[in-house]
Design a protein around this ligand. Structure first.
Ligand code: PEP
Ligand code: MG
Length: 746
C-alpha cells in the first residue's frame, strides 16, 4: 500500500470525523459524507443505503443519483446488487453492473448511466447496518486498494451509525439504540415480563473511530497487544498447574495474539486513519461474518476464540472492564448470547426475564429458568448488539417475542395481557386444594420439580403433593468447590423440613453433559450428552456418590427417604448403585447414626434400553421416573439442545407414546410406582395424554401445576385413551391432532 494512498485515506477519514463533530442534522451529515467520498474516490456516484427494518434497505443519501430517489428507493435484503451486498456481507465489485445476475434497475435513480459498481457492507460485529456504494460511468473494476479504502470508510460509517450520528427523519435514519425494535425468537419459558435490560457481557463502546495521530495510535495498538500477550502468558502460567484443557484453549489464544497477519491488518487500518479500537473491531467484524457463514465446527470454535480475544483487546484499549460497573436495574431482564446453568444460578431469582441469542429449550439453563418460572425467549437474533444496559424491554415468553424500547401502544397492549394472565392464575389458585381428579374418577398425583432451597416455598402455593424430582447437582453447580458432606446433609435436612412431611425424590448427582462443575476437570468428549455423565460418573467415582448418599441418609435423620439414580441404562448399573447405597447404610448403622424410617430407591428411565430391561429390573426398583428430556433425545437421536433437530420430533408421536405405554404396563405388571418428570409433563396436552396411557404421577415445574390440573379435571381419561387408540388404529403418526381436537370440545 503506497504512502500517497495512506495519506488520501487518512485525509478522507479526518474529514469524516470533522463532519461527525459538526453540529448538523443527520441528513446533512450523510449528504456531506457521500459528497466527500465521491470526490475523494473520484467516482461520479456515492450512495449510502441503511436498513429501514430488518428486511428493507433504503437509499438515505446520494451524490450522483437523482436526489428525488432519496428515502424513496428501497430494496429487500438480497434484492439487486445492493441487497446482495447486504445479504452476503461481501463486497460486490463489477465493471458491468447491468450484466450482473440479480441486477435490479431502479428508474427513479437514473443509475442506468453507470456501468461500474462497488458495494461494501457497512457492518459492525457481524451485524450489517447498510451498504456503501460507489458507481462510475467508465466500465472498470475497482482496485484492491480502492475496495480496501471503502471498507475502512464503511467501518467508520458503521461506528457513526452506531453512535447515532445520522439521526433524522424516517425509520432508516432513526437513532440506533433509540428506536423501538421487535425480535422474534422461540419460547423457552412461557410468561410475560416488563423490565430493563441487563447485559450479561456488556459491550465495549468505541467512541473514536478515527485517529488524530496515526503514529501515536500505532503505538497504542502495539502496547495493547503486548499487554494482551502478557495477560495470556500469565493465564497460561496459572492454568498450567491445574487444568490441561484450559491450557489448550489458552495456547490457541496465544497463537492468535501472536499472529503476524492479524497484527499487520490492524496496523494497516491504523496507518489509514482508523483508531486502534476501530481497527480491532474491523477485524472482529470480519471474523464474525465469517463465523455466521461457516458450517465448520472447528473453524467456528477458532473464530469464537478470536472474538473473545478481540473483546479483551478492546477492553485493554478502552479501559472498560468486563464488569463495566453497570448497576443491576430495577426489574432486570438478562440479555446474553448464551448462558450456562451455573452462571444463571449466580444471578438468582432476581431476574424478571431472560433473553438469549442462542440457547435451547432443552438446556439446563432453560430448566433453571423454568423452575423459577422466569419468562425466557431464546434465539432472539442480534439482541446483544441492539440492546443497551437499562433499555426498557418486554419479554413475551408465550409468543417468543421481545419488544425492545417499546412504544406506549405496545406497553398498553402488553399490560392488558398480563392482567388476563393474572385472572388465569386466580382460576388456578381456586382449585389449588382440589385433587387432580379427572371426570372418570382417576386421580393423578401432581408433583413439582425443584433443585434449590429457594424452590421449596412454591410447594404449598403450587398445590403439589411432593417433590417428584430434586436435581441435587444444582447445589454443586453454584459453588466454587466441592460441597462438604456436612453442608450437604444440613441442606437436605432443610429441604425435607421445608417440604413439611411431603415426599421429596432426591436424584443423585447428574453432572457431565452441559452441567460442568467449575472445580472438576472438564472432559474433552465429542458427545458429552452420551458421555461420562450422571450415574456413570457416580459409579466410576464411588467416593463422591457415597459421600452424597451419606449426606442424604444423615439429612433424613430418621425420616422417610426417597433416592433415585439418574441415567441408568441397564440393570447392572442399578444394582451397582444400589449396592453402593447398601454399603453406606451398613456403615451408618455401624456408626450408630439414625437410619431413615422408610427407604425407596428408584431409577430414572432416560434411555430406551431401560424400557427393554429384563423383568428383574422392574422387580428390583421401588419406583421409576421417566426423564423425558433425555429419553426423547435418545429415542429420536435428536440433541435436546439443538433446536433444529429437537423440534422435528413430537412428544405425542405415536411410536414414542407406544414406548411410554409399554413402560407404564411393565411397571403396572411389576406393581411399581411410575412417574414422568421431564419438561413435557408440565405441558397440559402432553400431561393429559401421559395420564391416559397409564402414568399415575407427573412431576413438573410449580407454575405448570395449575394449568395441568385445570385441564385434567375437565377430561375423562378413558375417552382420551380411546381417542389415542383410535388415532393409532387409523395409522396416525402422531396422536396430537386427535387429542387436541378432543380437548377443544370439552
Ligand atoms: C430428564 O432428562 O427428563 C430429566 C428430568 O433430567 P434432566 O433434565 O435434569 O436431565
Ligand atoms: Mg435427564
Amino acid at each position: 500500500m503506497g504512502q500517497k494512498f495512506e495519506t488520501d485515506s487518512r485525509r478522507l477519514l479526518g474529514r469524516l470525523r470533522d463532519t461527525m463533530a459538526e453540529d448538523a442534522a443527520g441528513q446533512a451529515r450523510l449528504d456531506k459524507i457521500v459528497h466527500l467520498i465521491a470526490s475523494s474516490m473520484q467516482t461520479e456516484v456515492c450512495s449510502i443505503y441503511l436498513f429501514r427494518d430488518e428486511e428493507t434497505l433504503e437509499l438515505c443519501a446520494t451524490e450522483g443519483l437523482q436526489a428525488e430517489a432519496v428515502h424513496k428507493t428501497r430494496m429487500r435484503l438480497g434484492e439487486g446488487l445492493v441487497g446482495r451486498t447486504a445479504r452476503t456481507r461481501q463486497v460486490v465489485n463489477t465493471a458491468d453492473a447491468p450484466a450482473e445476475k440479480g441486477f435490479r434497475y431502479m428508474p427513479e435513480t437514473g443509475e442506468e448511466r453507470y456501468s461500474s459498481f462497488c458495494g461494501v457492507p457497512i457492518q459492525r460485529l457481524g451485524n450489517v447496518l447498510g451498504v456503501l456504494v460507489v458507481q462510475s460511468k467508465a466500465s472498470r473494476q475497482f482496485t484492491a486498494d480502492e475496495v480496501y479504502a471503502l471498507e475502512v470508510v464503511a467501518m467508520v460509517l458503521a461506528e457513526m451509525t452506531e453512535l447515532g450520528a445520522f439521526i433524522g427523519e424516517g425509520a432508516a435514519l432513526s437513532a440506533r439504540h433509540q428506536q423501538a425494535m421487535m425480535f422474534r425468537g422461540t419460547t423457552g419459558q412461557e410468561g410475560a415480563a416488563e423490565g430493563n435490560v441487563y447485559l450479561h457481557e456488556p459491550r465495549v463502546v468505541v467512541t473514536n473511530p478515527v485517529a488524530d495521530d496515526p503514529e501515536a495510535e500505532l503505538l497504542r495498538l502495539r502496547e495493547a497487544v503486548d499487554t494482551l500477550r502478557n495477560q495470556i502468558d500469565q493465564m497460561l502460567d496459572e492454568a498450567a498447574t491445574v487444568n490441561a484443557d484450559q491450557v489448550q484453549v489458552l495456547e490457541a489464544y496465544r497463537l492468535f495474539a501472536n499472529s503476524k497477519s492479524w497484527m499487520r491488518r490492524m496496523e494497516d487500518d491504523v496507518a489509514n486513519g482508523l483508531s486502534a479500537e476501530a481497527a480491532v473491531e474491523k477485524e472482529q467484524s470480519l471474523a464474525r461474518s465469517r463465523l455466521q457463514g461457516s458450517g465448520d465446527a472447528y473453524l467456528r470454535e477458532r473464530l469464537h476464540d478470536l472474538d473473545d480475544l478481540s473483546n479483551r483487546l478492546l477492553r485493554i484499549l478502552t479501559g472498560q472492564g468486563a464488569d463495566t460497573g453497570a448497576e443491576m436495574p430495577e426489574n432486570p431482564i438478562l440479555v446474553a448470547r448464551n448462558i450456562g446453568p451455573g452462571e444463571l444460578l449466580e444471578y438468582g431469582k432476581t431476574l424478571k426475564g431472560i433473553i438469549l441469542e442462542e440457547g435451547s429449550v432443552g438446556s439446563h439453563a432453560a430448566i433453571v429458568a423454568r423452575a423459577w418460572a422466569i419468562p425466557l425467549v431464546i434465539h432472539a437474533r442480534n439482541i446483544t448488539t441492539e440492546a443497551l444496559n437499562g433499555d426498557a424491554v418486554i419479554v413475551d415468553g408465550d409468543q417468543g417475542i421481545i419488544h425492545l424500547r417499546p412504544d406506549d401502544a405496545v406497553k398498553a397492549a402488553f399490560r392488558d395481557k398480563i392482567a388476563m394472565q393474572a385472572r388465569a392464575q386466580e382460576r388456578y389458585a381456586s382449585i389449588r386444594h382440589l385433587p387432580a381428579q379427572a371426570k372418570c374418577g382417576t386421580v393423578i398425583s401432581l408433583n413439582m420439580n425443584a433443585g434449590l432451597m429457594a424452590d421449596l416455598p412454591s410447594l404449598p402455593s403450587s398445590g403439589a403433593e411432593g417433590v417428584g424430582l430434586f436435581r441435587t447437582e444444582l447445589q454443586f453447580l453454584i459453588r466454587n468447590q466441592m460441597p462438604k458432606r456436612g453442608e450437604l446433609s444440613a441442606l437436605y435436612s432443610r429441604v425435607m423440613d421445608a417440604a413439611g412431611g411431603l415426599p421429596v425424590a432426591f436424584r443423585t448427582l447428574d453432572i457431565g453433559s452441559d452441567k460442568v462443575l467449575p472445580y472438576m476437570k472438564p472432559q474433552d468428549e465429542p458427545n458429552p450428552a452420551m458421555g461420562w455423565r450422571a450415574i456413570r460418573v457416580g459409579l466410576d467415582m464411588p467416593g463422591v456418590l457415597s459421600m452424597q448418599l451419606q449426606a442424604l441418609l444423615r439429612g433424613a435423620n430418621g425420616r422417610p427417604l426417597k433416592v433415585m439414580f439418574p441415567f441408568i441404562t441397564q440393570l447392572s448399573e442399578f444394582r451397582e448403585a444400589r449396592a453402593n447405597l447398601d454399603k453406606v447404610i451398613e456403615r451408618e448403622r455401624k456408626l450408630g447414626h439414625t437410619l431413615p424410617s422408610a427407604l425407596e430407591v428408584g431409577a430414572m428411565l432416560e434411555t430406551p434400553s431401560l424400557g427393554f430391561a429384563p423383568d428383574a429390573f422392574f422387580e428390583e426398583v421401588d419406583f421409576i421416573s421417566v426423564g423425558g428430556n433425555d429419553l426423547k433425545q435418545f429415542f429420536f437421536a435428536a440433541d435436546r439442545e439443538n433446536e433444529r433437530v429437537r423440534r422435528r420430533y413430537d412428544t405425542l408421536d405415536s411410536s414414542f407414546i407406544g414406548f411410554l405405554e409399554m413402560v407404564a404396563k411393565r411397571c403396572t405388571d411389576a406393581g411399581k410406582k411410575l412417574s414422568f418428570c421431564g419438561e413435557d409433563a408440565g405441558r397440559p396436552v402432553e400431561a393429559v395424554a401421559f395420564a391416559a396411557i397409564g402414568f399415575p404421577t407427573l412431576s413438573m415445574r410449580p407454575a405448570s401445576i395449575g394449568p395441568v390440573k385445570h385441564l385434567l379435571r375437565r377430561v375423562d381419561l378413558r375417552e382420551v385413551k380411546a381417542v389415542i387408540d383410535e388415532a393409532r388404529a387409523n395409522g396416525e403418526l402422531s396422536v396430537r391432532q386427535a387429542v387436541t381436537s378432543y380437548l377443544a370440545n370439552q
